[in-house]
Write a protein that binds this ligand. Structure first.
Ligand SMILES: Cc1cc2nc3c(=O)[nH]c(=O)nc-3n(C[C@H](O)[C@H](O)[C@H](O)COP(=O)(O)OP(=O)(O)OC[C@H]3O[C@@H](n4cnc5c(N)ncnc54)[C@H](O)[C@@H]3O)c2cc1C
Length: 483
């Protein structure tokens, strides 16, 4: 047995634990494989996956025939089922696409035809009267539009966490703080040099988001370059929620889906995103200009919204490339799948992408045998439409700390925070707690609860990452699954 076939040789190494890498890890965890996920960040889902508009797209406006359109369509029922089973907050208020000029109005019928070509047969043209009947707070000047009943809103934090926790529960190894720096092909496996030592794996899946082109180059390709496209967003207070019933979409342009207004699964209202071309892959700051532009657009669409209080602002970077479609490539001879350039719809398409990647791996020669046992996870209910623990009398009777609120803005209990600090993928920072529980996401942005959260975090702090045992080999913190 050569070194590459030794006990620490994984079948598959996935680079990146955003929503896409985590979805692939979950998918592969349903098979008899030894899989490792290598993530540069401190937690799962801390890249683009945590800073987006959180719309669950149907793909009605995707380019017909594109891979993006196909994978959005494939993902839609998968995510509906999965969210129901695992408790990922997902609502389907539908969208109203509004035309504000005669040019935009002239494109509505073409969009309806495009939607049908993409499998969205329930879209309907709406008259001016219909638009105002559905959304009476819209500003003056709406000329007509399209109703897209299947569009929804989802929790962008719970999604990658659910995928990753399920993957870990079923034997996948997730290594955080582990940036892949170079990849060398050995006799029977790859050697991935990481910031925490070497990892060997027979197959490599690149789900590195904004660095997916750089990882693709490590594998010897020059197929695309990421051109980060920043999107800034404004989160309005929950008092704004009654102003809007559905997701208010603009008529999309070839460059962007445009600025929208959408409710969130936490009961706020979002305005955004901008679309700004950047060179900086880390440029996630908001700007005065960007926020002013959003407020000006918001004033036209829903004038009363911009009078409401702002809870937070943030920005994310889309992994745009010179191509209009996802950059998913399989190189069977290399035992490599690149899953790059997942630009604006990755949250919605993640489960379709993961199923597609499994197909590609199998077609390329990786033997996929369903695992005899697969355990699913149930996430704690943090969506506004779910039965939250602070109002669940049975849960409080069994665990009184579910009745002890620590974050009053978002009604997060001490019990939920303690739960988030243990388990297969515990929070390791207040940011991690925010994404697992909502604590600190509300009106005061953690002003009142951050000291309590820090104290709970420090009390429960996990031991430091395991040091290397010998040479620079990465020490696995859990026993790889043996079958
Ligand atoms: C403003 C904005 C709005 C959006 N709105 C929506 C929306 O409404 N609906 C929707 O479906 N999609 C939306 N998207 C798109 C969606 O957020 C992305 O498509 C999705 O999050 C991409 O996920 P990912 O896993 O590919 O990338 P990421 O989440 O960025 O994950 C990639 C991971 O790879 C890691 N990584 C990178 N390099 C390395 C390395 N060398 N070694 C180890 N790890 C590495 C990173 O740390 C990161 O965690 C939006 C995006 C933006 C920016």
């Amino acid at each position: 047995m050569g070194a590459a076939d030794g006990p620490h040789t994984y079948d598959v190494a996935i680079i990146g634990a955003g929503v896409v890498g985590a979805a692939i890890a979950r998918e592969l965890s349903t098979y008899e494989l030894r899989t490792v996920v290598l993530e540069a960040g401190h937690d799962v889902g801390t890249g683009t996956s945590k800073a987006n508009t959180a719309i669950r797209h149907t793909g009605f406006d995707a380019k017909p025939g594109s891979l993006e359109a196909a994978l959005l369509e494939r993902a839609y029922p998968l995510l509906s089922d999965y969210a129901a089973r695992t408790g990922i907050p997902l609502e389907t208020p539908g969208a109203l696409l509004v035309a504000w000029s005669s040019d935009q109005l002239a494109r509505i019928d073409a969009l309806r035809i495009q939607a049908r070509a993409n499998g969205c047969h329930d879209v309907q043209v709406v008259s001016t009267e219909g638009i105002y009947a559905a959304e009476p707070n819209l500003g003056p000047g709406a000329l007509g539009g399209l109703a897209v009943p299947g569009e929804g809103i989802v929790c962008p934090f719970t999604m990658p966490l659910a995928f990753a926790i399920e993957a870990v529960t079923n034997g996948v190894q997730i290594e955080l703080d582990t940036a892949v720096q170079s990849i060398e092909r050995g006799a029977g496996a790859y050697e991935l040099a990481t910031s925490r030592g070497r990892v060997r794996a027979r197959w490599v899946v690149n789900a590195a988001g904004l660095s997916s082109d750089l990882v693709d180059r490590m594998m010897g390709h020059e197929r695309f370059t990421i051109h980060p496209r920043r999107g800034q967003l404004i989160v309005f207070d929950k008092l704004a929620r009654p102003l809007v019933s559905s997701i208010l979409l603009p008529v999309p342009t070839p460059v962007s889906k445009g600025v929208l207004i959408a409710p969130t699964v936490f009961g706020n209202v979002l305005l955004g995103p901008t679309a700004e071309e950047l060179d900086d892959r880390t440029g996630t700051q908001t700007t005065r200009q960007g926020l002013d532009d959003l407020l000006a657009k918001g004033r036209t669409i829903l004038p009363a919204l911009v009078e409401e209080e702002v809870t937070a602002t943030y920005a994310g970077l889309r992994a745009a490339t010179e191509h209009s479609d996802y950059q998913i490539h399989c190189d069977p001879a290399q035992r490599y799948v690149c899953v790059g350039g997942i630009r604006s719809t990755g949250l919605s398409a993640a489960m379709g992408i993961a199923a597609h990647v499994a197909d590609l791996l199998q077609d390329a020669g990786l033997v996929l045998r369903r695992a005899a046992v697969h355990r699913e996870v149930r996430m704690r209910p943090i969506g506004e439409s779910q039965r939250r623990l602070f109002r669940d009398h049975d849960a409080i009777a069994a665990r009184p700390d579910y009745g002890e609120i620590v974050c009053f803005c978002e009604r997060v209990t001490r019990g939920e925070v303690l739960d988030a600090l243990v388990g297969p993928l515990p929070a390791r920072s207040t940011d991690g707690l925010r994404r697992r529980t909502r604590a600190g996401l509300g009106r005061c942005q953690g002003f009142y609860c951050s000291a309590t959260l820090s104290a709970l975090l420090n009390d429960r702090r996990e031991p430091p990452l395991a040091p290397s045992r010998h040479e620079d080999e990465l020490v696995v913190s859990q026993t790889p699954r043996t079958r």
